[in-house]
Design a protein around this ligand. Structure first.
Ligand SMILES: [Zn+2]
Length: 165
């Protein structure tokens, strides 16, 4: 995130909230006049990150995710785990992915967007494995471990969670 590339407009009329938006190639942040700079920078950084996530999400659609999940299932689970649908969600802050076994749907946190593809694949694999084995049993982990990057991806995600507190 480069706050320097963002045009910050202070407004006395703006009371509380910071707003970030694109105007053509430029990124504009509308900031209340009396908000301290450090605090403004922090809020702007967070809002720009959220905006970028939302924009990137348009490039990897839910349909792409669903196709990818089917591909991974074919490769690692002989096609045994078939999700009805996979979609991005933004309200999932403590988990990277979740699934509902009833309707065989999978949801991925959009915080994964921009992470290496083998990490996103791992989360898909993890949720696909839950469609076969609901609990984190030994059988579940042996399914997940069919994915060669499983350990590496787990370590990667633990590192991210740790940094984000
Ligand atoms: Zn799990």
């Amino acid at each position: 995130m480069h706050v320097g590339e963002i045009e910050v407009r202070r407004s006395a009329r703006r009371k509380r909230s910071v707003q970030v938006r694109r105007e053509g190639n430029r990124t504009i942040a509308l900031v209340p006049a009396n908000l301290p700079q450090a605090e403004a920078d922090e809020v702007i950084a967070r809002l720009v990150e959220r905006l970028e996530r939302r924009e990137r999400r348009n490039t990897v659609s839910d349909a792409d995710l669903t196709d990818r999940a089917a591909e991974l299932s074919a490769i690692y689970f002989n096609g045994k785990a078939v999700p009805a649908a996979v979609r991005w969600v933004s309200n999932q802050n403590s988990r990277w992915g979740s699934c509902t076994t009833n309707d065989k749907s999978i949801r991925l946190s959009d915080r994964l967007i921009g992470m290496p593809i083998w990490v996103v694949d791992y989360v898909l694999i993890h949720e696909l494995a839950h469609l076969i084995e609901a609990n984190h049993s030994a059988r579940f982990w042996s399914l997940v471990d069919a994915y060669p990057q499983a350990e590496r991806a787990k370590g990667f995600l633990e590192g991210v969670s740790h940094r984000q507190g």
